[in-house]
Design a protein around this ligand. Structure first.
Ligand SMILES: C[S@@+](CC[C@H](N)C(=O)[O-])C[C@H]1O[C@@H](n2cnc3c(N)ncnc32)[C@H](O)[C@@H]1O
Length: 376
């Protein structure tokens, strides 16, 4: 079977255990998040139909060059371990992102990048040197399909140039390079085509151009009052998707793996599975956070949602924001068991942190694994 990502081992690395032990869980205030997801800009050069960040991108806000570089310094001073450049918009479209990545890399803050891939060539050297992983969102195996699912603002397909960028990066990278494939099928009124029949072809391409992994992901939508509800697809198409995905096994080599995103199986089964949460306080919100030009939010599920905004780094320092009354108020109000009705990627991690806290409380030893991945 294709590999599933295991987030749980990561929590047993010494720097995470230290953070868990050093957090005052009664008031729920960690010293710093270990991982920051950062939208450098809310603008994008692509115009993908059904993009999950459509709303926030209407603002087209971005951090000023000066503020972005200051943020790097503040992350470093506060002990942040890793930054994921993501969006919102296209993180590599920010004019100061090259300098920013160099700063992080020089200060041992690990970098992960979720990108549409169009600007990779501009920052090839820096990405090759400092990015622990670069995951390019592709969702297609041909330029024709790409043009419909991930068109540029002018409607053209940048598929060939992005593939070329990935090929170049594969030759010089020190970190991992991934080809991300979001399952898409025709949906109400959006005129989106199915990309199911290209899954295998795309994975072959990914392997041939030197990617380390191919990741299949389920898509989400707003449904019945739930943001990030798993998309319900036609079951006949999903049956074909299952068959395509099961064929991916044969492509796996020592240097190329196939990843299944955590919630993919539920999506393939058309499952309405409710993910009940038996905890109020969400541990992940102490260990990670989401920084955007239009505000800092408890996590990506609440990107752009005012009532989950814990501050705004355009007009306050990072440490000030993290220890602010505003953040405390949001954290006091947030009830994961009621508010987080979506399938959360961090749920299993949260259960594990709560287990670890119980183990600590009982005075027992926690399993420790050597550091292997900062991106908890
Ligand atoms: C919104 S994009 C922003 C970062 C960057 N511009 C990119 O293209 O990767 C971040 C990720 O969200 C995913 N995404 C977009 N719309 C989605 C949806 N409706 N459901 C699930 N994921 C979605 C994309 O596939 C991409 O990997």
């Amino acid at each position: 079977m294709p590999k599933k990502m295991n987030l749980l081992d990561k929590l047993h690395q010494p720097f995470v255990i230290e953070a868990i032990k050093n957090t005052d869980w009664s008031s729920g205030s960690s010293k710093t998040p270990l991982i920051i997801e950062l939208d450098t800009t809310e603008a994008c050069d692509l115009a993908c139909p059904g993009c999950i960040s459509e709303d926030i991108m209407k603002t087209k806000n971005r951090f000023s060059n000066e503020r972005l570089l200051q943020l790097g310094e503040e992350f470093y001073k506060n002990g942040v371990k890793g930054v994921i450049l993501i969006g919102g918009g296209e993180p590599l479209a920010h004019p100061a992102v090259g300098e920013f990545m160099d700063y992080l890399g020089e200060h041992d803050i690990h970098i992960g990048i979720t990108t549409n891939g169009t600007f990779i060539d501009k920052y090839l050297e820096t990405i090759a040197k400092y990015s622990s992983w670069t995951r390019v969102s592709m969702d297609a195996g041909t330029t024709e399909t790409f043009k419909i699912l991930r068109p540029s603002k002018g409607g053209k397909s940048k598929f060939d140039s992005i593939v070329e960028n990935m090929r170049k990066l594969a030759e010089v990278k020190t970190g991992k390079l991934g080809y991300s494939y979001l399952i898409q099928t025709p949906r109400d009124g959006q005129g989106i085509i199915s990309n199911i029949d290209e899954i295998y072809k795309a994975a072959v391409l990914a392997r041939d151009i030197g990617c380390d992994y191919f990741e299949v992901k389920p898509s989400y939508q707003f449904r019945e009052g739930i943001d990030h509800a798993l998309m319900i697809h036609d079951q006949t198409i999903m049956q074909r998707a299952k068959e395509e995905i099961s064929r991916l096994d044969e492509l796996t080599t020592d240097t190329f793996s196939v990843m299944k995103a955590i919630n993919l199986d539920y999506s393939l089964q058309g499952s309405q599975l409710q993910q009940e949460k038996n905890y109020i306080h969400c541990p992940a919100t102490e260990l990670r956070t989401l920084v955007c030009p239009s505000g800092t939010f408890v996590c990506p599920y609440w990107r752009g949602k005012d009532h989950m905004q814990i501050g705004n780094l355009n007009n306050m320092g990072f440490s000030e924001m993290w220890h602010s009354q505003q953040r405390k108020n949001v954290m006091d109000r947030l009830d994961a068991s009621k508010d987080c009705t979506f399938h959360c990627l961090r749920h299993e991690s949260n259960l594990e942190v709560n287990n670890m806290l119980q183990t600590i409380k009982e005075g027992k030893d926690i399993i420790i694994v050597d550091e292997f991945d900062r991106f908890i």
